[in-house]
Unconditional design. Structure first.
Length: 399
């Protein structure tokens, strides 16, 4: 009888705790809220028309251009931006570099939310959303298809990231035994997650191997999987620098003093890693360009656009990273991070949209509704991120 009373009391306290945590905190009339709330509401209205009247009612997709902005940015680009999670967990748990322990939790959270929101946005782009199960079960595609592999890599990797983040949830709920148990699973989840990341980051590139006749020769290569994987490393590091800089200012009251003092060294270390990776990526791009004898392809507008991407948003920010690290200039490193992220967006959008069916008479241009829905997804992710970090010990070191 006493056990039943104890369980009942614990359940009441738990429910009361959850209800209390669900209440809003802080000011409502902030610039972010004023901008994001109307866009989220407008995005929901657009999604209503999308699901009731079909993709054609709100997008400019067609049989010639079945993959649009929601795939090109939300999935192909968004997954690259989430690459920081597997890079940092590799550095901390496998390479044993303790300096980055303080950013493990927030980086894993960013990666988990990115996969949940951006990969979840796939549902929006499918003409028949309920058919999303097909790549997972191999229906109509076959168990050896790239799409089947990518789908399972996504699902298992999201599970691995949830396991990596679960100690934070257990600590928030004060579940001591659960926290101890899930912490014991962390290393295994990290190893699994790193393995899956190398596969699905390159797997996204492998999807485009089947579209050789449709992609401009400057962006097509049989080494696209390798390029996607390598670029996801510096994309993830650049996103950590970008998000970390913002979080360090917005949530400074939640960060312990030790992390404040080590923040500069962490940013410099991330910048060094990004610089090295960008030079490796640029070497691959130059090697592919020279071996493919593409000199005649850079004499027109497409060639100029290609050089803008490769030189303006890969080579230049790579040198900026190197200069910033050498001179301990965080401002230069932050600018390099922004340029690098723009470069990743250009590369992914060029491959999947802009240079796709490049010689078509009528080209695809995203509708304003597609941009609004993408902003809605981004803002919704930020809302969830803000709710979590203001309640859970996310900025606490994982030690």
């Amino acid at each position: 009888m006493n056990n039943e009373v104890t369980v009942r009391d614990e359940s009441k306290r738990f429910i009361k705790f959850i209800i209390q945590e669900m209440k809003p905190r802080g000011k409502w009339l902030t610039p972010f809220n004023i901008i994001s709330i109307p866009i989220i509401l407008l995005g929901l209205v657009i999604l209503y028309f999308r699901f009731v009247y079909g993709l054609g009612s709100v997008t400019n997709l067609s049989q010639e251009f079945p993959w649009g902005f929601w795939i090109g940015f939300d999935v192909v680009t968004g997954v690259a931006f989430a690459g920081g999670a597997y890079v940092i967990t590799f550095v901390v748990y496998i390479m044993r570099v303790d300096k980055y322990h303080s950013i493990v939790r927030v980086t894993v959270l960013n990666g988990l939310l990115a996969y949940m929101f951006y990969a979840g946005a796939l549902v929006l782009d499918l003409g028949r959303p309920w058919h999303i199960i097909n790549p997972i079960i191999g229906n109509s595609f076959g168990l050896s298809s790239v799409l089947f592999l990518v789908a399972w890599h996504f699902l298992i990797y999201m599970t691995a990231e949830f396991v990596e983040f679960s100690p934070v949830i257990a600590e928030w709920l004060n579940w001591k035994k659960t926290e101890k148990f899930v912490k014991s699973l962390t290393l295994g989840a990290v190893i699994l997650g790193i393995s899956l990341s190398t596969l699905h980051q390159s797997g996204l590139g492998a999807l485009f191997l089947m579209a050789k006749p449709k992609i401009h020769p400057l962006w097509y290569s049989e080494f696209i999987p390798i390029l996607f994987f390598v670029s996801s490393i510096y994309a993830g590091l650049s996103m950590i620098i970008f998000e970390g800089t913002i979080s360090h200012r917005v949530f400074k009251d939640l960060i312990d003093p030790k992390s404040h003092h080590s923040f500069d060294d962490i940013m410099l270390g991330l910048g060094k890693g990004a610089a090295i990776t960008m030079f490796v990526y640029y070497f691959f791009k130059a090697l592919i360009f020279i071996h493919g004898q593409h000199w005649t392809l850079i004499t027109d507008g497409w060639g100029l656009w290609y050089l803008t991407e490769v030189i303006g948003f890969v080579l230049i920010p790579g040198f900026m990273y190197a200069f910033g690290v050498r001179n301990r200039s965080l401002s230069i490193i932050r600018i390099a991070a922004i340029l690098s992220l723009i470069g990743i967006m250009l590369n992914r959008l060029n491959t999947s949209i802009i240079a796709y069916n490049w010689n078509a008479v009528v080209h695809y241009i995203p509708s304003w509704q597609e941009f609004v829905v993408t902003l809605m997804v981004i803002f919704a992710e930020i809302w969830v991120f803000r709710w979590i970090v203001t309640r859970m010990p996310v900025f606490k070191s994982s030690h």
